[in-house]
Design a binder for this molecule. Structure first.
Ligand SMILES: C[S@@+](CC[C@H](N)C(=O)[O-])C[C@H]1O[C@@H](n2cnc3c(N)ncnc32)[C@H](O)[C@@H]1O
Length: 322
C-alpha cells in the first residue's frame, strides 16, 4: 500500500482556495484563477471594470471585434480566445433571436440588462455535461489511474471547466469506490469553471435523471441519493470531497500545486488552437511528475513531449518530468 501514512478516511479536509495575488472585486464569488470570471446578476462585480488593453478596437469595420471588446470590458470574458467562426455564428444567431441583430446595439442592451447578459452568457458558455460522460474514459481512470495514484495516500484532482460538477462528482464516486475496495486514501477534487452560476449549481451536487443516464446503476445508488422527480443528489461524503470555485482557465498563472490528476474535457474545443495549446501547457504545469492529464475524447495535446507529457492511453497523458 502506501509509502506514506494513509489518512484514516476519504475525503481530505478542504484546502484553501488558491489565490493569484490579483485583486478581487467586492461581492464576487470565490475565484480561482479568474479575476474577471463570468459574473451574473447581483454578483456582477466586474461590470465596467477595464480588464486590459482593448485589442480589437483597431478594426473599426469589424462589429464583431468591437462587440468582443465590449463584452471583455463588461464581464471579463475574452471571446477572442474562442474559435471565431463558431462563436460569431452563435452570437449573431442569438442576438437575432433576441430581436437585436445589430451587435453594437445588442452590446448596449447587455450592458444595461443583467438578465439579458445572463441569458447571453448561458448561450455562449456551453455547459453540457453529465455523470459518467464518456464511460470508457472513466474505465481508464478506475482501472489504470487510481490504482497507481491511490497507494501514495493522497489523490488531489482538478476538474478544469467543470460546468455544474458532473465530472467532479463522477471522479469523487470512483475515488470513494476505490477506497472502499482497496483501502482509504485522502481524496480531494477541485472543480473550476468560468460560469459562476454553474459553480453554484455544482456546489449543490444535484443532477437530473437525464444527467444520470450513463451512470452505472450500482454506483449511482452507492454514492447518490435519489430525489423526488427522478433526480439524484451527491452524497454528503462526495460533497465533502469536492470543492468548486469560479476560475477562468485563460487567465492568471496556472496553479502550481502538483495535482495528481487533471481532467480538462470538452472545454478546449471552443478555443483557438494556440489558446488550447497554451492551456494544455498550463495544465501540464499544474501536475506533479507522475500525475495524469485526461482530455476529452475528441481532443488532443499537440506536442505532449514538449510539455513533459507522455501518452499512456487514448486521451490520457502522464507527466514524466518537473
Ligand atoms: C462542455 S462543458 C464541459 C464540462 C465537463 N468538463 C464535461 O466534460 O462534461 C465546458 C465548460 O467549460 C467552461 N468554460 C468555457 N470557457 C472557460 C474558461 N475560459 N475558463 C473556465 N471554464 C470555461 C464552460 O463554462 C462550460 O461549463
Amino acid at each position: 500500500m502506501s509509502p506514506r501514512t494513509p489518512a484514516p478516511a476519504t475525503p481530505a479536509p478542504r484546502p484553501a482556495a488558491p489565490t493569484t495575488g490579483r485583486p478581487t472585486g467586492t461581492n464576487r464569488p470565490t475565484t480561482d484563477t479568474a479575476p474577471a470570471a463570468r459574473s451574473t446578476g447581483t454578483t456582477r462585480a466586474t461590470a465596467t471594470r477595464p480588464t486590459g488593453p482593448d485589442r480589437t478596437a483597431t478594426s473599426p469595420a469589424d462589429d464583431y471585434a468591437r462587440f468582443c471588446a465590449g463584452i471583455r470590458r463588461t464581464c471579463g470574458i475574452d471571446l477572442e480566445q474562442y474559435k471565431r467562426a463558431q462563436m460569431e455564428r452563435r452570437i449573431r444567431t442569438f442576438a437575432e433571436r433576441r430581436g437585436e441583430p445589430d451587435l453594437g446595439r445588442y452590446l448596449k442592451r447587455l450592458q444595461d440588462d443583467a438578465t439579458e447578459l445572463d441569458a447571453f452568457l448561458d448561450r455562449i458558455t456551453i455547459n453540457v455535461s453529465q455523470l459518467w460522460r464518456n464511460p470508457e474514459q472513466w474505465d481508464v481512470i478506475a482501472k489504470r489511474i487510481l490504482p497507481e495514484l491511490a497507494p501514495t495516500g493522497t489523490v488531489r484532482a482538478w476538474s478544469a471547466g467543470c460546468s455544474y460538477g458532473a465530472e467532479a462528482y463522477t471522479l469523487a464516486s470512483l475515488m470513494a469506490r476505490h477506497a472502499e475496495l482497496h483501502g482509504p486514501f485522502r481524496a480531494e477534487v477541485r472543480g473550476t469553471d468560468i460560469d459562476a452560476r454553474m459553480v453554484e449549481r455544482a456546489r449543490e451536487g444535484r443532477f437530473s435523471a437525464a444527467d444520470a443516464r450513463d451512470a452505472p446503476n450500482a454506483e449511482l445508488r452507492r454514492h447518490f441519493v435519489p430525489e423526488t422527480g427522478g433526480g439524484w443528489r451527491a452524497s454528503p461524503e462526495l460533497r465533502r470531497t469536492t470543492r468548486f470555485v469560479v476560475g477562468d482557465l485563460l487567465r492568471g498563472t496556472a496553479p502550481r500545486e502538483g495535482f495528481d490528476l487533471v481532467l480538462c474535457r470538452n472545454t478546449v474545443i471552443y478555443f483557438n488552437e494556440d489558446v488550447r495549446d497554451a492551456l494544455h501547457a498550463r495544465l501540464a504545469a499544474a501536475l506533479r511528475p507522475g500525475g495524469f492529464l485526461v482530455i476529452g475524447a475528441t481532443e488532443r495535446v499537440a506536442q505532449p513531449a514538449a510539455l513533459g507529457l507522455r501518452s499512456v492511453q487514448p486521451f490520457t497523458y502522464q507527466k514524466t518530468e518537473a
